[in-house]
Design a protein around this ligand. Structure first.
Ligand code: CA
Length: 250
C-alpha cells in the first residue's frame, strides 16, 4: 500500500505536560512490511503525577511490539490481543507504584495492510475517514455523554458542551479486562482516502466539517499542522495529537 502520512503532537496552551502518545511504524523488512503493514496509534493518557504519560506511552509501545512479534496473520485478532496485553501491563504497573495508581489511557490503532484498514479502539480518541467529499467517524466514543446521546437522553449538540463530556467509560489500564471495540474492520481502502487518528484535544474544539476541509485541501503534513493550530486557536485547553494518512494506492 502506498500512502503519505504525518503525525503531530502538541502540548496545547494550558497543560504542563503532554500526556498523549502516538506511533507510526513500518517494518524495515520488506516481507514483514508487506505481510503486516503499517501501524498508526494515538493514545491519550490520564492519571495524576506522571501516570497519564506513562500509561499512553506503555500502550503505544506494547501494542506495536506485540503486533509485529505475533506469529498470527489475523490483524484484527492480533490487535485485540495486543490491546489486552497493554491493558494488563498498565493495570499491573498502576498497582505496583502508588504514584501511578489509577492511571489509564484511551487508544485508537489503525493497521493498513493488503488493501484494508483494521481498527481497534477504546476511549474517546477517534478515527475518521474522508472519502467522496464526506467525513465519517469510524470509532464510537466510550464516554458518558455518547451513551446518553445513543439512548436519546441528550442531543449531540448539547453533548459538546456537557459538563461531564470528559468522563470516559472505558480505557486501557483501569480494569483487569479491557472492553475494546473493532469498528468497521476490515475497512476496504480506496485511492484518495484520508484517514485521521486524533486525541480529543482536537475534536473537543474543532468540528468535523472544519476538520474535513483541512484534510481535503492539504497534504498530510500541512493538514496536521493546520489542525493543531486551529485547536490551539480555539482554546488549546488540552494536548492535541493528530495523524493524517492519505492513501495513494491501496
Ligand atoms: Ca485529552
Amino acid at each position: 500500500m502506498k500512502f503519505k502520512a504525518a503525525s503531530l503532537s502538541h502540548i496545547g496552551l494550558f497543560r504542563e505536560t503532554n500526556e498523549d502518545s502516538y506511533c507510526h511504524f513500518e517494518p524495515d523488512d520488506e516481507t514483514l512490511r508487506r505481510e503486516r503493514g503499517a501501524m498508526f496509534i494515538v493514545a491519550d493518557g490520564m492519571g495524576g503525577h506522571q501516570g497519564g504519560e506513562v500509561a499512553s506511552r506503555l500502550a503505544v509501545e506494547i501494542i506495536q511490539e506485540y503486533y509485529y512479534a505475533s506469529p498470527s496473520t489475523d490483524p484484527l485478532q492480533v490487535l485485540k490481543d495486543a490491546f489486552q496485553s497493554a491493558n494488563k501491563t498498565i493495570f499491573d504497573a498502576s498497582l505496583e507504584d502508588a504514584g501511578l495508581f489509577g492511571m489509564g489511557t484511551t487508544c485508537t490503532a489503525m493497521v493498513l495492510v493488503g488493501g484494508s484498514a483494521y481498527f481497534m479502539h477504546i476511549g474517546d480518541s477517534r478515527a475518521y475517514v474522508c472519502r467522496n467529499g464526506g467525513i465519517e467517524q469510524l470509532t464510537r466514543d466510550h464516554t458518558l455523554v455518547e451513551d446518553m446521546v445513543r439512548s436519546g437522553l441528550l442531543s449531540s449538540e448539547d453533548a459538546r458542551f456537557h459538563p461531564k463530556k470528559n468522563v470516559i467509560t472505558k480505557s486501557l489500564g483501569t480494569h483487569e479486562e479491557a472492553e475494546t471495540d473493532a469498528p468497521a474492520s476490515p475497512f476496504s481502502v480506496k485511492p484518495g482516502d484520508v484517514f485521521l487518528l486524533c486525541s480529543d484535544g482536537l475534536t473537543s474544539f474543532v468540528r468535523d466539517q472544519e476538520i474535513k476541509l483541512f484534510l481535503e485541501s492539504n497534504e498530510p503534513e500541512e493538514a496536521a499542522k493546520h489542525l493543531v493550530d486551529r485547536a490551539n486557536q480555539l482554546g488549546g485547553r488540552d494536548n492535541i495529537t493528530v495523524q493524517v494518512v492519505k492513501v495513494i494506492e491501496p
